[in-house]
Ligand binder design. Sequence first.
Ligand code: CP
Length: 317
Amino acid sequence: MRNFTKVGDIGTIQRALDLAWDVKINPFADKELGRDKTLLMIFFNSSLRTRLSTQRAAMNLGMNVIVLDINQGAWKLETEMGVIMDGEKPEHIMEAIPVMGTYCDIIGVRSFANLQNRVTDYSEEIINQFIRLSGKPVFSMESATRHPLQSYADIITIEEYKRVQKPKVVLTWAPHPRALPQAVANSFAEWINATDYEFVITHPQGYELSEEFTGNAKIEYDWRKAYEGAHFIYAKNWSAYSEKNYGKVLHMDRSWMVDSEKMAQTDKAFFMHCLPVRRNMIVSDDVIDSTSSIVVHQASNRVVSAQAVLREMLRTL
Ligand code: CP
C-alpha cells in the first residue's frame, strides 16, 4: 500500500480486520520493520488522539518520529497557486512539501476542511499536494472529507463488541456550537457501507451528507425510528453539506442530544463517538458515563488502526 486516504486503499474490510487482529495479538512483532525509518507527522490542525496513537504505533514498529505543527513554529504556508506572495505567508507548499519529503520515509497529514468552499474542500487539495509533491508514501490523519484511521478503529471496535452477526449501526447527528467538517461522518459512512451491517443515518432536515459517502444507507429523519433496535449509536456533529448552506450551523436543536431516553429505544446499544466530545451537548453525562459507552476503548483502537496501516506502508517501501 503506497498511500492511505480511504477504505479502498487497504482492500476489503475483512483484510483490514485480519491486519488489525494480527497487530492486537502481538504489537511488537514488527519492531525491526521500522528500524532506521522515519515518520513525519504534519498537523495543520489540533489533535490529541491522532497525534499520540499514531506516534505510539510508529514506536511499536521501531520507527523514528518527527512531529511538525504547521501553525506553531513553522513558516506560514501559502497553498494557492500563482499568487504574488506579498502577504504574511513566506513559504509556498510547492517547495515546503518536497523539502519535508527529504527528511522522512512516510508522511502523515492532518488538514481539515476550511468550510468556506465546498469544491475546494471536496477536491482534497492539501493531501493530494502531499501525495503529488513529497515523493514519499502519504497517509491521512484526517483530511477535508475523510478520517480513515478513525473509521478503521471504529470498525475494529464494533467487531469486538457486536452481539449479533449483522448489527444495526446508527450514525446520528448531534448538536454542537461550532461549524465542524463532515469528514468523520463521511468516512464512517464509507467504511460501514463496506460491511454487511444494517446502517441507518439520522439527522434533522438540512444536514444531508454527500451521497458519495452515504451510498445505500437508510436516511431516517425521525430519530425514534432510527434508534429502534439499534446495537450501536455513533454520535457526531457536522455542518451542512448542501451547496446553499455549505459549512453552516443551521441550528443547534438540543433535542438531538444522545440521552438515556433515546438509548432506551435501542437494543442495549453501545454509545460511540470519535472524541473530543462536548458533554451535555452531543451526549448526556449519564450516557457517556454508563457501561454502554465504549468511547475510551474506541480511542485505544486508534493505535491498532495506525499500526496496521503503517506496517503495510513500511512493507512496500
Ligand atoms: N478522534 C480524533 O481524531 O481525535 P483528535 O482530533 O484528538 O486527534
